[in-house]
Design a protein. Sequence first.
Length: 177
Amino acid sequence: MHSLIISAVGSDRPGIVSELSGTITSHGGNIEKSRMARLGSDFTIIMLVTVDPKWKESLVVALQAIKELSITTKGTEANTVITGENCKDNTAGENCQISLSGADNEGIVKVLSKYLAEKSINIIEMDTHISQAPISGSPLFNLNAAVSIPGEIDERDIQSDLSQIAQKLGVEIYLNN
């Protein structure tokens, strides 16, 4: 089986997911993992799909024929799982969750991602959204990320650094096992 990353963007309308998934299924593809969201007035999709090599080319052609969607495909290696269930007991790398919430300020993702990159901490997955504070209704920025921390880095050092970043940004940041 070949693995493909399929991304699609287009004006939001009913039936996008049905049309895209139908095309994938009718060409022997299987959706392994996906993320879909309405962003502004557009609907965005990113999927990891496996497909038999003999169907790959016809799937790509069929996807390009879908009107009103900008679709790109990229081959990728078979899905690999990063080992380690928590922030401890894993010398190869430690998988942790970072949760952040606080006043919505410009540059929060930039500051956090720059710090993680400097420490060779890999972002496996990240989700951000704005919510309203319960009493004041002020916009709150929320971030949840799955990260892989190299085994040689002490979790306590990361937590200390994240506390300093949180203080500078006026947010709360938690590193969870």
